[in-house]
Design a binder for this molecule. Structure first.
Ligand code: ADP
Length: 887
């Protein structure tokens, strides 16, 4: 035991600079200075038994001036002893030739230490010897006198720590017992805190349990870092109780400082993880971006987006949703996968017209009527219906009336009527094309979870038009179809239902949008394909197509002025006489509407524009070119260059140029020009005559989505097994009609004496082939019945049908002729094709009122009840069998 060590009265002193060795502690010192090397060699190395030396703390004199003075009296009071200070300086104490270069303070108390281990090394290159000494502190001593022995010091000392007997006595002291218990508790607490951080604390824990009380304080304090001053004060605490309480104070302070440090770290870490972490990351991000040359500032982007969102006037629930999304966006890096889609989504939210509406001006019905009249020729019934619609809106703006649906062939003005409604109401107009929409997502959008998801067409349209109360045209509503991807019609139902469209839910948008302020107008080519539920919500207004005269008027009053204007021309440059327009209508277009007519007129205007532009170059120069222009030409010429330039005399403006052009007569379209620009005529009235050259061909009238059309039916027979072949993309209904027609003809063959035609039997051993030309166009419907019968009778009787007669009507097996639809379109088509007679079912008489009287009057309309009547009318000179009968 260290306390049993007998200390010699003199000890060689090893100075320990700014450090303290406490009893019980073990230190490792490298001795390099010549004095300490000497000390080790003489006092430790050369001795057989490992010797004891004194380790005395020293302090630099420079530091001691302030600290030393404060230290010395303090020590005295603490220990209750006088604490003299030994000051050794080179000039004041030059002890035995030791030349102490610097001023040092020796502490007056030290610790006797035993060398546990010694090792000697040679330090290169000078060959100087160094020692490494491992010392264990034994007990405190105080210096009585310091003197030099060669190059090192020796001191006369007196022991300070208690002897064993004294200790045993002291350990009985109840105060000390209480104090030591308390110390152990505090020390344990510190250990448990440190245990979480340091793995090797177990040794200290073991010491706490095994060491005697008087060693505990020193060893424990030595095991953690304390300042030099504190170490000194521990050294100076000779009294056991004082030492324990001082050690306890130190341990406690250490504990507190660890706790505070922990708290601070936690707090700082917490703060870092929020704002500072974000800041740091942003800084890094910016640095990376700069490095990549990607300079646009996303911070700003997001801020701009937020500003835009704020001014979008979103309803509160949408705003909340948008805020949430924006917060997510802020946390994302631009490189992150969802970043751009999130941006696009928020942009859409900000762009949508949540509240922005075009101000509806006070609706004047007269102005609206004038507007409609000035844009559209004819269509008086349609216009009247529109005016009624507007009148109701005027009286009750939030009326939930039916949705107008314009039905008719292309180019009859459906779209332009809808845009006129918008103009009359002072609202914006947006057209949503539904043609070919088969996917419900086209209307309602894709959910954002899909890659490449988009909003539906309605939301897209609203974004485009940027007001929440436009007139929205649902174009070609009959062309939507349903398949596995859902039914667009059901989505449209929701859109058109005033009860539901207040909260229209687009899957992409994912928040409700109010469509109730939108005025919907729909267009369709045909009524039949529109799902009944949808049709139920709409009021159908039919636009059947125009007669030649109507087209002529539309062209003269509307199309030509518009086309000229679009091409920068006027009637002063180009004139298209009525006769030529008529030619265009009859020979170049055969349509129900006026779209191709407009296209052809535009072609003429383009050709004229080229002519006019060429002519402009040839503007004859005004003779009296202004004086001022002359020097300009001269100067150019003076340069030696040959100048070719047109000089427009000053004072002559564009107006005068056009005058100059005017003087050269306007271009008047004539037949050669028509042929040159539009090519040879595509249609003529001779078509029917040319096609019906042989028996077996008849002329029917059909109804297509392009309006009424003339349809030829060709039949022929050849040797075979009595089969019926049908070609020309026919649907089931029309195929059945053919079967019915053939059956009827076979059944009636004897009656109408068809078998008598020629020597051969037409029905046995012969195949019959019926073809509907324009084979690429699908055809269906029952209305070709009478045409098929005529064709077959013509074939079997070898009589040609009349080339001026077209027919339509469904037939029964018993030979009755049933009414069919689309009479108006069909009659108009016949008129268009130059047909003179039309055979119609008698029960379609009522439909004839819809046919413009001009057309009606120009045609001979024959109403029939039975197939025999049809045959009577279809052949020149009446029913063929009669002829045969005569034979
Ligand atoms: P749709 O929508 O029926 O296919 P549009 O409305 O696009 O047809 O009309 C085609 C062109 O014909 C437009 O330029 C339109 O102004 C013109 N048009 C059609 N009908 C008339 C009419 N009755 N009066 C004047 N222009 C017309």
């Amino acid at each position: 035991m260290a306390e049993l060590v007998e200390l010699p009265s003199r000890l060689a002193i090893l100075p320990f600079r700014n450090k303290v060795l406490l009893p019980g502690a073990i230190i490792r010192i490298r001795c390099t200075s010549s004095s300490s090397v000497k000390l080790v060699e003489q006092e430790l190395w050369q001795k057989e038994e490992k010797g004891i030396i004194g380790v005395l703390p020293v302090r630099d004199a420079a530091e001691s001036t302030s600290v030393g003075s404060a230290l010395s009296p303090g020590m005295g009071t603490e220990t209750g002893e006088q604490s003299p200070k030994v000051l050794v300086s080179s000039d004041s104490h030059r002890v035995d030739g030791i030349n102490q270069q610097e001023l040092i303070h020796w502490h007056k108390r030290g610790v006797a230490a035993r060398a546990l281990h010694l090792s000697r090394g040679v330090e290169k290159p000078s060959g100087r010897v160094t020692y490494i000494v491992v010392l264990e502190g034994l007990c405190r001593f105080s210096v009585q006198e310091l003197s030099a022995r060669g190059t090192y010091y020796v001191a006369r000392i007196s022991r300070l720590d208690m002897t064993r007997a004294e200790l045993e006595q002291a350990e009985q002291d109840p105060d000390l017992i209480a104090l030591s218990r308390q110390f152990k508790a505090t020390a344990m607490e510190l250990i448990s805190v440190l245990e979480q951080k340091q793995k090797n604390i177990g040794r200290t824990k073991a010491l706490l349990e095994t060491l005697p009380v008087h060693r505990l304080a020193d060893i424990f304090v030595a095991s953690f870092e304390i300042s030099f001053e504190e170490q000194l004060s521990m050294l100076d605490s000779v009294d056991l109780k004082l030492r324990l309480s001082k050690a306890m104070e130190l341990v406690d302070r250490h504990l507190q400082s660890i706790r505070v440090a922990e708290k601070i770290t936690q707090k700082v870490e917490g703060q870092l993880s929020k704002s500072q972490k974000e800041f740091l990351l942003r800084q890094q991000m910016r640095a990376i971006k700069e490095e990549l040359g990607d300079n646009d500032d996303d911070e700003d982007d997001v801020a701009t987006l937020e500003r835009k969102m704020q001014s979008a006037g979103m309803p509160p629930n949408v705003w909340k949703h948008a805020q949430r999304e924006l917060r997510r966006l802020r946390k994302m890096q631009p490189q992150q996968p969802g970043y751009s889609s999130s941006c696009v989504y928020l942009e859409l939210l900000a762009d949508l017209p949540w509240q922005k509406a075009s101000e509806e001006r006070e609706l004047s019905l007269r102005a609206a009527k004038e507007h409609l009249d000035s844009d559209h020729y004819g269509l008086s019934k349609v216009k009247q219906r529109i005016i009624e619609y507007l009148a109701v809106r005027k009286l009750k703006p939030d009326v939930r009336g039916p949705i107008l649906c314009f039905v008719g062939p292309p180019g009859v003005g459906k779209t332009s009527l809808a845009s006129s409604i918008a103009a009359a109401l002072g609202r914006k107009f947006v057209r949503i094309s539904l043609g070919g929409v088969k996917d419900e997502a086209d209307i309602r959008g894709h959910r954002r979870t899909y890659i490449g998801s988009m909003p539906g067409r309605l939301v897209e349209g609203l974004k485009r038009v940027a007001v929440c109360n436009p007139v929205m045209l649902l174009d070609e509503i009959d062309k939507t179809g349903s398949d596995v991807r859902g039914d667009p019609a059901s989505a449209l139902l929701e859109v058109l239902d005033p009860e539901q469209n207040k909260t229209f839910n687009d899957h992409y948008l994912n928040v409700p949008f109010d469509l109730s302020k939108v005025i919907f107008v729909a267009t369709a080519n045909r009524v039949q394909p529109i799902p009944p539920a949808l049709l139920d919500r709409m009021e159908v207004i039919e636009l059947p197509g125009y007669t030649l005269e109507e087209k002529l008027n539309i062209a003269m009053q509307h199309l030509i002025p518009r086309v000229l204007d679009q091409h920068g021309l006027s009637s002063e440059f180009l004139q298209i006489p009525e006769a030529m327009v008529k030619h265009v209508i009859q020979r170049y277009t055969r349509e129900a509407g006026v779209r191709n007519l407009e296209r052809n007129l535009a072609a003429l205007a383009r050709a004229a524009a080229v002519r006019v532009a060429e002519q402009e170059h040839a503007v004859p120069l005004n003779k009296d070119v202004h004086q001022m222009a002359a020097p300009l030409i001269d100067s150019r010429l003076a340069d030696g260059a040959e100048v070719e330039m047109e000089v427009i005399p000053l004072g002559v403006n564009n107006h005068e140029i056009s005058n100059a052009l005017k003087s050269s007569s306007p271009l008047i379209v004539d037949e050669p020009m028509l042929e040159k620009v539009l090519g040879p005529p595509r249609f003529d009235d001779r078509e029917a005559a040319e096609r019906v050259t042989t028996p077996g061909v008849s002329i029917g009238l059909v109804w297509t989505s392009f309006g009424g059309e003339v349809q030829y039916v060709e039949a022929t027979s050849m040797v075979g097994k009595g089969d019926l072949h049908l070609t020309g993309q026919l649907g089931d209904v029309i195929k059945e009609s053919a079967q019915i027609a053939l059956t009827w003809v076979r059944a009636k063959a004897a009656d109408i004496k068809l078998a008598a035609a020629g020597e051969i039997n037409l029905f046995e051993g012969r195949d019959i082939h019926i073809h509907f030309p324009a084979g690429a166009v699908p055809k269906d419907g029952p209305s070709a019945g009478v045409t098929l019968v005529s064709s077959l009778v013509s074939l079997f009787s070898q009589q040609r049908v009349r080339t001026d007669t077209a027919m339509t009507g469904e037939m029964t097996l018993r030979g009755l002729v049933l009414p069919v639809g689309g009479i108006k379109d069909k009659v108009l088509a016949a008129h268009r094709y130059g047909i003179k007679r039309v055979i119609l079912p008698e029960r379609n008489l009522k439909d004839l009122v819809e046919v413009p009287s001009a057309v009606r009057n120009s045609l001979e309309i024959v109403l029939v009840k039975r197939v025999e009547d049809v045959l009577e009318q279809a052949f020149e000179g009446g029913f063929p069998w009669r002829k045969h009968a005569k034979l």
